[in-house]
Design a protein around this ligand. Structure first.
Ligand SMILES: Cc1cc2nc3c(=O)[nH]c(=O)nc-3n(C[C@H](O)[C@H](O)[C@H](O)COP(=O)(O)OP(=O)(O)OC[C@H]3O[C@@H](n4cnc5c(N)ncnc54)[C@H](O)[C@@H]3O)c2cc1C
Length: 556
């Protein structure tokens, strides 16, 4: 990827076929599809790439067990359509980003034979819908087998479990993978470029986007023939900028996760609780030696700040502890995160947990804005295909088929599941570091390691005892448009997801390398590190925890 300044210049100097607004999963998928179909495409992201819902997911590539249940119980074709689409998309997501995703077995604990029969039948149906794209067959596991696989599960009221397959992925890195692949196909992408208005031609059609550079506060215009609104939770804001007064469509549902050391519930499989007392789904999923527990569901607005609250912690622990042999305490949490699911309102539905996760493409006849709304991570590729079909139609061009179905993401070529071993052998890396680099960067890991070879200071870990290397900071500043400490620690290296305590320690070394790469003044370097530490400390406090508790829990 080019440096940000260079991209900014190119974007201002050119006019594009398509301008995609929003650099989450949906927008990045749209930009890639559009560029690969031969249309010159620019992607504008108002904050950092993947900084919205697309890095706050449960990180599961799934059809949606609950949506299937809703589809059957309510005979709801919309819910069925979501499950069907997602189950067929699942396999492509796994194939296109092999280093960022993997199949995973999920266990659903069952208390009696009725629940075994009910869930067993449901998962067979799930498999049947997936058809040839099924991952592996679901089956019943006895109580003994279930406890062998999940020794931390409470044996009380346990008859056994239904095991079924879905996928798991690294959402923030998958999002970066889409952007990197788009840019490698000669697309232009810019982060911290917020669309704040539009200019229109005499007939009212959008001609250019007014963009505010969030880094310099400077405004500029981006010209394109068509504009795709892929801003997820903010879709109504962009729709309103294009056509003031247009009725709103989006409903937002906050979901929060807490992160714990995997030792609290050692498992290689994920746990799915299909229904809590208040009718929600809970997951406990192993994630890079951590355990993610989520998620809550609470309706919010675009103005609400999103974070793991003390209430979320209490809710999640209260429900999950019913299934665990040893009670998990809040003090054991090492980090957490929250995001807002962008749902399109369906007539007659008021409860966000009953809104279909299907997507909708809206072509605004007045302004020509094409909005792609709703959906989920698993269906981002199909959503993008539908949106770009609509773009071609509105341009009056013959529809050309999308080519993203089997288009590998940057870093996939040359990657195999044993790739990490070559890093251990060729670069004398510890296994933990090699595993981390291959799972975050795929075959591009050698480019990161080349920087460490050229400057041995970059070969050290960012924080002693944790896998990410200092070379990743320089690599991401040069190649992935990382320009803040959070860009690096949260979305590029994942250290902030992994440990709030490590993230605080990482602030100063990250700022120092970014300062060198991006030409920051010593004062800016110091204040950036300080501001980032304050931000993480606040997240810890909002979750009802303290830095001292974290230090005790997180003894990596
Ligand atoms: C808690 C939670 C768990 C989830 N778990 C899963 C899961 O396990 N599997 C799954 O398939 N799905 C899951 N989802 C759903 C999935 O994460 C979302 O559907 C998906 O990420 C939405 O992507 P998006 O690109 O539409 O939105 P976002 O990722 O929010 O991206 C929209 C982008 O638009 C940008 N933007 C906003 N306004 C402007 C502007 N004016 N100018 C420029 N840019 C702008 C934002 O900064 C943002 O980056 C989950 C969602 C949540 C919240």
């Amino acid at each position: 990827m080019k440096r940000r300044g260079e991209s900014l210049e190119n974007i201002q100097a050119n006019s594009f076929d398509v301008c995609v607004i929003g650099g989450g999963a949906t927008g990045s998928g749209c930009a890639l599809d559009s560029q690969l179909r031969g249309m010159t495409t620019v992607l504008l992201e108002g904050a950092d790439f993947a900084s919205g819902a697309s890095s706050a997911a449960t990180k599961i590539i799934h059809g949606g067990v609950r949506y299937l249940e809703e589809a059957v119980r309510r005979l709801d074709p919309a819910q069925y359509q979501v499950v069907n689409r997602a189950l067929h998309e699942r396999i492509h997501m796994l194939h296109n980003g092999p280093f960022l995703s993997r199949p995973m077995e999920f266990l659903i604990p069952c208390a009696g034979w009725f629940s075994v029969a009910y869930m067993g039948f449901g998962m067979k149906l799930y498999e049947w819908i997936a058809g040839k794209d099924s991952l592996f067959p679901s089956r019943f596991l006895s109580k003994t087998k279930t406890l062998e696989r999940m020794p931390g599960l409470s044996p009380n009221h346990l008859m056994g479990s239904i095991a079924y397959a879905d996928g798991q992925f690294d959402d923030a890195r998958y999002n970066m993978g889409l952007i990197n692949t788009f840019v490698a196909a000669s697309g232009e992408a810019l982060n911290y470029a917020r669309v704040v208005g539009f200019t229109k031609d005499a007939s009212g059609k959008l001609q250019a986007a007014e963009v505010e550079d969030q880094w310099t506060n400077r405004r500029f215009t981006v010209r394109a023939q068509r504009f795709v609104n892929a801003t997820g939770p903010a879709a109504d804001t962009i729709r309103g900028l294009a056509t003031p007064g247009i009725p709103t469509r989006m409903r937002l549902s906050k979901g929060a996760h807490l992160v714990l050391p995997l030792e609290v519930f050692p498992t290689r499989d994920a746990l799915l609780i299909p229904k809590t007392d208040d009718g929600r789904v809970l997951f406990a999923v192993p994630w890079f030696d951590r355990l993610l527990i989520g998620t809550t569901e609470q309706e919010v607005t675009i103005h609400d700040e999103l974070y793991l609250s003390k209430g979320d912690v209490e809710y999640l622990l209260h429900h999950i502890n019913r299934y665990f042999k040893t009670t998990i305490r809040a003090e054991q949490i090492v980090s957490g995160f929250a995001g807002a699911r962008p749902l399109v309102s369906a007539a007659g539905s008021h409860d966000t947990k009953n809104l279909a996760r299907d997507h909708e493409v809206e072509v605004d006849a007045r302004s020509g804005l094409i909005s792609i709304m709703g959906g989920k991570w698993t269906t981002h590729r199909a959503m993008a295909e539908d949106a770009i079909n609509a773009v071609q139609k509105s341009l009056g061009r013959a529809a050309t088929p999308g080519v993203t179905l089997d288009h590998p993401l940057s870093g996939s070529s040359g990657y195999t599941p044993e790739y990490w071993q070559s890093l251990v052998r060729d670069y004398k890396l510890p296994e933990q570091t090699a595993g981390h680099l291959s799972q975050k960067f795929g075959a591009n890991a050698t480019k990161v390691l080349q920087l460490a070879k050229e400057d041995p200071a970059l070969a050290a870990p960012i924080v002693t005892g944790f896998a990410p290397l200092r070379a990743e900071i320089a690599y991401c500043a040069r190649n992935e448009m990382a320009i803040t400490i959070e860009d690096v620690l949260m979305r590029r290296t994942g250290l902030q997801f992994y440990s709030w305590r490590a993230a605080i320690s990482a602030a100063a070394p990250t700022a120092a390398i970014l300062a060198k790469e991006l030409g920051w003044s010593p004062e800016f370097e110091r204040s950036s590190a300080e501001e980032y530490r304050r931000k993480i400390t606040r997240l810890i406090e909002l979750a009802g925890l303290s830095a001292e508790q974290l230090a005790a829990a997180d003894s990596n």
